[in-house]
Design a protein around this ligand. Structure first.
Ligand SMILES: NC(=O)c1ccc[n+]([C@@H]2O[C@H](COP(=O)([O-])OP(=O)(O)OC[C@H]3O[C@@H](n4cnc5c(N)ncnc54)[C@H](O)[C@@H]3O)[C@@H](O)[C@H]2O)c1
Length: 346
């Protein structure tokens, strides 16, 4: 298949693209390039990627693709809080725009990188795909709005699928420091302590980025009727864990004590997720990673690439810090649109 991957130069994209290419699909990327140069080890290579904003894409840009894997987004809560308008503009309106022009261009499949955070505060029972949306942040809400807008476009010619990923972890050439497993491992590695930002009680579903890539591939290659306008929680039941258990695993692996950041209190993002649907309907999706193996992988790469605390805690790996840096340098406007694509283009 000929596949367009948006957000190919981000944390998940940098691992997903080679994974999809490895089984013989042709991949073209499209990315605003916000994290170009923010490398962890060798820079991602081997894919043709254009520098553009998904909000500006036209049907003409999308002709001839068999599928779009839409990952490009403002990808976390802190940026969502800093700039809710931009989050809705990119993650909701931008995603619906891209799906609309994809349909107009005759692209039959649209795989949307959604998030379990649209379930928000969901109570004690594990929540399945038909569970209630209860997002507690603009980021979570933007994913609800995107799903609703894109789903309305589904018809005989256009099949969207919503991959509601658990919180990702794992090593990537575009590492992120601002997601829980990576953050705890990196802090243990660079500072010698596992510093919890909350009291550690919240439940979080976790999934390795290579397993997210496996889920995208399984949906891409599944018969249309299995995935047409369907949502899938992406993760697995054994990896729905309490943050403090992750902290203990990191502490054990890196031989570092668990500490609490000042003001560490409860975290509103507390939810358990049911992953039976993806297991039953998409047997090709067989996750291969465990959190313990992911911590080992991260720690190994951190040693290999000699990760320093200043880097781990700064714009190279913290998404919010990088967006602030680009905005302050005048490279992004208030809606986080590139002022000059040529400047960031590679
Ligand atoms: N990482 C996670 O834990 C996680 C969990 C669930 C869902 N997701 C979703 O998966 C997707 C990828 O996440 P990630 O962790 O790789 O994020 P990331 O921030 O590392 O990468 C996002 C990429 O999108 C690009 N981008 C942002 N806005 C754009 C725009 N308007 N036009 C073109 N490109 C743009 C950025 O330049 C970046 O390369 C996102 O949709 C995110 O919401 C991530």
């Amino acid at each position: 298949m000929r596949v367009l991957v948006t957000g190919d130069r981000g944390y998940i994209g940098a691992v997903l693209v080679p994974f999809i290419q490895a089984v013989g699909h042709e991949v073209i990327g499209l990315d605003a390039g916000w994290y170009d140069g923010c490398d962890f080890g060798p820079a991602p290579a081997g894919v043709r990627s254009s520098t553009a904003d998904v909000r500006e894409v036209t049907a003409g840009d999308l002709a001839g693709f068999d599928a779009i894997l839409h990952l490009a987004a403002i990808s976390n809560d802190p940026i969502g809080h800093l700039n809710p308008e931009a989050t809705y503009s990119v993650n909701a309106a931008g995603a619906v725009h891209l799906a609309t022009v994809a349909k107009a261009a005759g692209v039959p499949r649209f795989l949307f990188s959604s998030s379990c955070s649209l379930y928000g505060a969901a109570g004690d029972a594990p929540v399945a795909e038909d569970g209630k949306f209860n997002p507690v942040t603009p980021y979570g809400e933007s994913k609800v709005l995107a799903e609703q807008g894109i789903s309305a476009l589904a018809d005989d010619t256009f099949s969207p699928t919503f991959l509601r990923n658990a919180t990702a972890y794992g090593s990537s050439p575009r590492l992120r420091a601002d997601i829980v497993v990576n953050n705890l491992t990196g802090t243990a590695f660079t500072r010698g302590e596992v510093r919890l930002q909350s009291d550690g009680s919240p439940w979080r579903p976790l999934v390795h980025i290579e397993d997210i890539s496996r889920a995208f591939l399984a949906v891409l290659e599944a018969p249309r009727d299995v995935v047409h306008n369907e949502a899938f929680n992406v993760g697995r039941d054994v990896d729905v864990v309490q943050v403090r258990d992750v902290a203990l695993q990191v502490a054990q692996t890196l031989n570092a004590p668990v500490t609490f950041a000042s003001g560490a209190g409860p975290d509103k993002r507390d939810y358990r997720v049911d992953f039976s649907k993806i297991t039953e309907r998409l047997p090709a999706f067989r996750p291969a990673w465990t959190v313990a193996a992911g911590i080992q992988q991260l720690a190994g790469d951190m040693a290999r690439y000699e990760l320093k605390a200043e880097d781990f805690e700064g714009p190279r790996f913290v998404r919010l810090a990088r967006i602030r840096e680009l905005s302050q340098a005048g490279r992004l406007d208030e809606e986080l649109r590139l002022r000059d694509t040529a400047e960031l283009a590679r």
